[in-house]
Design a protein around this ligand. Structure first.
Ligand code: NAD
Length: 481
């Protein structure tokens, strides 16, 4: 398979000097109240569903151009992934929007307490290139469901998908409320100078810090969906054939360019060699002896990333399979490494490509110590039949999410908030979490005007002060300890 190359085109980028006006226009529409009604929100979600259905072929073609994404992978991970979320949000939105009743303490009687859900206003969504459709539209589902106007800034590294979004989204969504801004660093930087009411950024932590600094200027809250090194622990009780198959699938899906791809494996030493052998067999079973010519193996996004990955192979251990590539075709073979030094470059930075180091550890406790000595990962995977070990790993490690006995699939459960912790990010979205991320929960206490607690107002006479001290004393006596 040879993949077409699509280069970013400067002439497609949004004019820098028009960015402030664009954000102002979104604020004006937001302030008109247009985006608040349930019907408007539902019509936008329907528009996104129609876009995914009617433009499916063009979407899959764009993803093929940008990343050589196999049709099946693109359909499941990008199109259906967003559709699942859309259907779930549509079904529940009316209920989520309702005010929530809360209890009111006796001292506030008569009175009613509730939480009202209001949109934040104008939000900015900045997306990366690896799932260029899903990572623009997933957050947008939440932003629109919550009644906001939005700027979507797709990645310049995946230009075919970015151009498709800019061309077609205005025909499916309210064009005065959603704007797609194509561009690179200057355009994103100009956007970040504007005042937004929330920014959801997905990408690497270095730029995450730039986004957070810029947001601080306006006290804008941020959700940072970052990456990191997501470990896999395999203990000796796991079924090795199935484990090998699942790890190989998760690692090499989208050529390893997935934020929650297994980054490295910590295998108990008693099963380390057998696991390596089964993983090698799984690679052959999935993509044959010549993955380069297999129609279902994706490509590295660009030559810069190809060279970065080839560089990581130097001093990164022994090649069990793969280890070769073709820069012109952006092809890098599914590669498994063993005997990897723990201080090798490949064990320091997020790999984000089809290279999988497998390290041997004495026990799952040693694996836990290894993981805990590093920044908190976005995902952690454990393959084990033992309830005790599952419990120990769950309670003694911290990560954005965990899957027991599989990889990556938590990402497709709309009711599970998706996000990182520590270095892997802050905040979360998907399903209800997306609605909550883009919603302000406004506390409301409602008092009748007819009756008043005279004790509240000065001047406080000796009698009133004594009375209130008595009330406090009685309350302390009666309250549950
Ligand atoms: P990228 O290069 O496409 O950058 C992401 C966005 O940031 C782009 O829109 C880009 O225009 C903008 N950007 C880049 N440099 C900038 C700068 N100096 N100032 C302002 N904006 C700038 O994507 P990437 O960062 O290479 O993405 C890969 C990373 O994203 C990996 O670390 C991966 O783990 C992470 N990721 C996380 C998730 C998640 O959901 N947590 C999902 C996908 C990817």
């Amino acid at each position: 398979m040879t993949v077409k190359t699509s280069e970013p085109k400067q002439e497609d980028y949004f004019p820098l000097d028009q960015i402030p006006n664009l954000v102002d226009s979104l604020r004006e529409v937001y302030q008109s109240g247009r985006t608040r009604p349930l019907d408007w929100r539902l019509s936008q979600l329907d528009g996104l569903l129609r876009f995914l259905k009617e433009r499916q072929n063009e979407i899959l073609q764009a993803l093929q151009t940008d990343l050589g994404k196999p049709r099946f992978d693109a359909l499941v991970a990008e199109v259906v992934g967003v559709e699942l979320d859309l259907v779930h949000v549509k079904k529940n939105l009316r209920r989520w929007m309702r005010p929530e009743k809360k209890s009111t303490p006796v001292i506030h009687w008569p009175g009613k307490s509730s939480i009202h859900k209001e949109p934040l206003g104008v939000v900015l969504i900045i997306a990366p290139w690896n799932y260029p459709l899903q990572l623009c539209l997933g957050p947008l589902v939440g932003a629109l469901a919550a009644g906001n106007t939005a700027v979507v800034k797709p990645s310049e590294v995946s230009p075919a998908t970015s151009a498709l979004l800019e061309r077609h989204l205005p025909n499916y969504l309210d064009p005065s409320c959603v704007k797609v801004v194509q561009g690179a660093v200057p355009e994103t930087s100009r956007l970040l100078e504007q005042r937004f009411d929330h920014i959801l950024y997905t990408g690497n932590g270095k730029v995450g810090r730039i986004v957070m600094k810029a947001a601080a200027e306006h006290l804008t809250p941020v959700t940072l969906e970052l990456g990191g090194k997501s470990p896999v622990i395999v203990d000796s009780s796991a079924d090795l054939n199935l484990t090998a198959k699942r790890i190989v699938w998760g690692k090499f899906f989208n050529c390893g360019q997935t934020c929650v791809a297994p980054d490295y494996v910590l295998a108990e030493e008693s099963i380390h060699d057998a696991l390596l052998e089964r993983m090698g067999l799984a690679v052959k079973k999935f993509w044959g002896k010549d993955p380069k010519h297999h129609s279902q193996y994706a490509r590295i996004v660009n030559k810069r990333h190809f060279r970065r990955l080839m560089g990581l192979l130097d001093g990164g251990g022994d090649v069990v399979c793969g280890g070769y590539g073709d820069e012109q075709d952006r092809f890098l073979a599914p590669t498994i490494l063993s005997n990897v030094p723990t201080n090798a470059a490949i064990m320091e930075e997020e790999i984000f490509g089809p290279i999988l180091p497998v390290l041997s550890v004495e026990s799952t406790n040693a694996a836990v110590d290894f993981i805990n000595s590093r920044p908190k990962p976005l995902a952690l995977y454990l393959f084990s039949e033992s309830d005790q070990i599952q419990h120990n790993v769950l309670t003694s490690t911290s990560s954005g999410g965990v899957v027991l006995n599989h990889c990556m699939l938590h990402n497709l459960v709309p009711d599970l908030p998706f996000g990182g912790v520590g270095e892997s990010g802050m905040g979360a979205y998907h399903g209800k979490a997306s609605f909550d991320t883009f919603t302000h929960r406004k506390s409301v206490l409602e008092k009748p005007l007819g009756w008043d607690a005279f004790i509240l107002y000065p001047p406080y006479s000796k009698r009133i002060t004594k009375l209130s001290e008595g009330i406090v004393k009685a309350w302390r006596f009666l309250r549950p300890s």
